[in-house]
Design a protein around this ligand. Sequence first.
Ligand SMILES: *Cc1c(COP(=O)(O)O)cnc(C)c1O
Ligand code: SF4
Length: 434
Amino acid sequence: MSKINIQPKSYKAFTNRSIDTIPQFAALPREIHDAVQTVSRVMPFRANNYVVDELIDWSNAADDPIFKLVFPQKGMLSGEDYASLATKIRAGEPDSVLQVESRRLQQKMNPHPAGQMELNVPKCQGEAIDGIQHKYTETVLFFPTQGQVCHAYCTYCFRWAQFVGVDDLKFACGDPQALISYLEAHPEVTNVLFTGGDPLIMSSRILRRYVEPILKQRPGNVRSIRFGTKVLAYWPYRFLTDKDADDLMGLFDEIVASGFNLAIMSHFTHPRELETDAVRTAMARILRTGANIRCQAPLIRHINDDAEVWRSMWETQVSLGAIPYYMFVERDTGPKDYFSVPLARAYEIFSKAYSGVSGLARTVRGPSMSATPGKILVDGVVEIAGERVFALKFIQARNADWVNRIFFAAYDENVAWFDDLKPAFGEKRFFFEE
Ligand SMILES: *Cc1c(COP(=O)(O)O)cnc(C)c1O
Ligand code: SF4
């Protein structure tokens, strides 16, 4: 294993309860400080000393993309809800009262987007298999029990309900053999995507329990293993100086040596996350194992809704040896009004950024909506027979026959999610609804 030139950092987590022990946060102007503290009673908060010390520019916190990515913002609650909670806090109401109020506000936000809970869970003789989702023919998602949290929480996360305990861990599975049996029974599956939360938050010892059976038993036709993760952005020391970092790299080596493609599906929200020595060294180290790093993130108002941000992010990713993969449209859940970008604007931002990079970065696809029928790409805004329409296309679909088919929706500059689109040309339904 090669030597690394990075000072080790010992991990320090901050949560809602300890938010005020972050010195830079405690020193913020009263108004910003109190607003964040108030909203953090409702929305999940978790950060660590890398995010706080190396990613955020505290001299300009109110406008800092990473501050807004991790610290809950005032605009995430409606004016009325915020005022009601702030009044109760100021009046010195006891914790029990504040908790009831927080729960009430959490329940008001849609905790279950796009039929996730019921539609994609495979049934085995009528019984649901927890922790496995199989929506698209070739790909199985696996949610290991120990990987259902993250090193920091993104304020826009659609799993927020799970983090604040409105949901229990219905999705998770702790049994590696359940995954193997499923893959054996489904020869159409070519790849397994470990997801969460964040599967790379698991110790390498636990991760091995899930991965080694795949390497040894080679179930079905699985050829690729993917880890969906934000650890590169939130705690790159995971791959460098943590006590099992070398063992994790060893596991990556073994996956590749066993003849599997290994893809680290990395969530990067902003180019700032690609600037530190730690992340750059971690990426180089991962690539040396033979793994690929593919990069994806949602487009989020207030944080990265700017073509130049995406252009420079994709360019930097390519220069570091990573592959730009998806730009997602933010889901219709949680504080969506604060974060959502209308589809027309998302398309504009994507196109402007895409036209400013070389072909090496045009592996990226988007803006893409993970909606109930599939992943739907906004592929253009065009005029056909005098009508302005969105050209849409399935890049993944519940039914494989729909993939790569173009269809049209009436143009509306305000629509921000698929469910609010109407078919173009006065038709009653989209083709796949027939
Ligand atoms: C995005 C997604 C995948 C992976 O899709 P790829 O296009 O292969 O990256 C798999 N399952 C679900 C449910 C998804 O949303
Ligand atoms: S890394 Fe992913 S799962 Fe974790 S908080 Fe962010 S968006 Fe949610």
